[in-house]
Design a protein around this ligand. Structure first.
Ligand SMILES: [Zn+2]
Length: 426
């Protein structure tokens, strides 16, 4: 159980006078409770695609957040488990900060049998422990220790935990947008960048395209000249797509799957491919998107249809998000550790919030193995990361000047770099 620890004699609204060491000590005191909470959360399997499994996780999170003085509301989804929203019980605060996380995982029910929860050498292993149940644990305990210490943030923390992030936040995106638009800042509790635990100040944008090539079937032996091979044409397109890779600029284009043809003795009438694109800036994303959409067949008798299936805009640093990062770095120093920043190649809900409010991502676990069998978190770093989060929550409002927009982008749908379609896993 957590101890009630009244702290200091300063006013409740003052960060000044809140010693980082006291917050860290409070987090260290809660290490065992955090480990227990995390274990309980991981023991509930929560695949995005099986909404009924997620209710028990929401119950546990609700209990944790209510113990932190938060008022919780569940909103169920139609195809997903929806989300949990928590805000301080007190009312009338105008400024808010969004604390964002997801409780769904990519792991199907039954994974625990192959990947049981285990703790060895200070590491907890288990499905979803790193992405991102440890980050949710940080959130609950950061709020709880502030509550227990009698510290009230100047900027009201509003927590949104969704259950469809791993399948693209299709249902929760509009609520995330609504809150992010109102928020002074957004803190995303996705895992940090490993192995050194960097915070994520930038994320690449992600897009996926389906390419369908239509040719004409013919007998491969009797009259091949009457056929038009969709496979030959696709092979040319595949070469051109791979040619768009630009590692120096951080642009990657991968044709991940191809299909096509009927039989060896038939000129293939149809072929198709799925393409994944990652780009660090909106400008790059727009340029690559235009190239892909304008791919034309080399053979005029072939038809090519290109559809965009996924889009997460790049998360680019702004003046305001940079000052959020600087605050995190300063607070880490106060806590006695150094922290670095980095760019993530994958997407998160931070890609949604970044144009609507200054966003800092990667505030969750230090560990490794997102979506992989070796997934783990370093338990020894949980307390200091939780303390860092607590201190960040206590920060005064950021300068309200809007994020510096990138050339022509205002964060509205019309000027997006990648096409505005609903994403799937990133
Ligand atoms: Zn995640």
């Amino acid at each position: 159980m957590d101890q009630q620890e009244p702290y200091g004699t300063t006013g409740r609204d003052e960060r000044a006078g809140v010693a980082a060491t006291a917050v860290l000590a409070a987090a260290v005191d809660r290490q065992q409770a955090m480990t227990r909470f995390l274990r309980a959360l991981v023991s509930i399997e929560t695949p995005s695609v099986e909404p009924s499994t997620i209710e028990a996780a929401f119950d546990l999170l609700r209990e944790g957040l209510e113990a932190a003085g938060m008022h919780c509301r569940r909103r169920s989804g139609s195809e997903t488990a929806g989300f949990l929203l928590a805000r301080p019980r007190r009312a009338g605060r105008e400024e808010l900060q969004l604390l964002l996380g997801h409780c769904d995982t990519v792991w199907p029910v039954g994974t625990l049998e192959q990947m049981p929860i285990r703790i060895t050498d200070g590491r907890m292993h288990g499905p979803g422990v790193y992405d991102m149940k440890a980050g949710l644990t940080h959130t609950v305990f950061a709020l709880r220790l502030l509550h227990d210490l009698g510290l009230e943030p100047q900027v009201a923390p509003v927590v949104l935990i969704n259950a469809d992030e791993e399948i693209g936040s299709k249902e929760s995106e509009r609520f995330i947008r609504r809150l992010a638009r109102m928020a002074n800042r957004t803190l995303v509790m996705e895992p940090s960048l490993t192995p050194s635990g960097k915070l994520k100040t930038a994320r690449k944008g992600v897009a996926q395209y389906h390419i369908l090539v239509k040719g004409r079937a013919a007998h491969a032996g009797l009259n091949p000249e009457q056929g038009v091979s969709a496979i030959l044409e696709l092979s040319i397109l595949v070469q051109r797509l791979f040619g768009l890779n630009d590692p120096d600029r951080g642009i990657s284009v991968n044709v991940g799957t191809i299909e096509g043809g009927l039989r060896p003795n038939v000129i293939a009438p149809e072929s198709s491919a799925w393409v994944d694109v990652r780009a660090p800036t909106r400008e790059d994303a727009r340029r690559i998107d235009a190239v892909i959409r304008n791919l034309r067949p080399s053979n005029p008798e072939v038809q090519v249809e290109i559809q965009a299936a996924v889009a997460r805009q790049p998360m680019e640093p702004t003046a305001a998000s940079h000052s959020l990062w600087l605050a995190a770095r300063r607070l880490a120093e106060e806590l006695g550790f150094e922290i670095q920043e980095g760019m993530a190649g994958g997407g998160s809900d931070g890609n949604i919030t970044c144009t609507l409010s200054p966003t800092l991502d990667g505030l969750g676990a230090v560990g490794d193995g997102a979506h992989a069998a070796h997934e783990y978190v370093d338990l020894n770093q949980m307390a200091q990361r939780t303390a860092l989060l607590a201190l960040l929550i206590m920060e005064p409002p950021l300068d309200p000047s809007p994020p510096t927009p990138t050339a022509g982008d205002t964060g509205s749908g019309s000027s997006r770099a990648f096409p505005p379609v609903h994403p799937t896993p990133c």
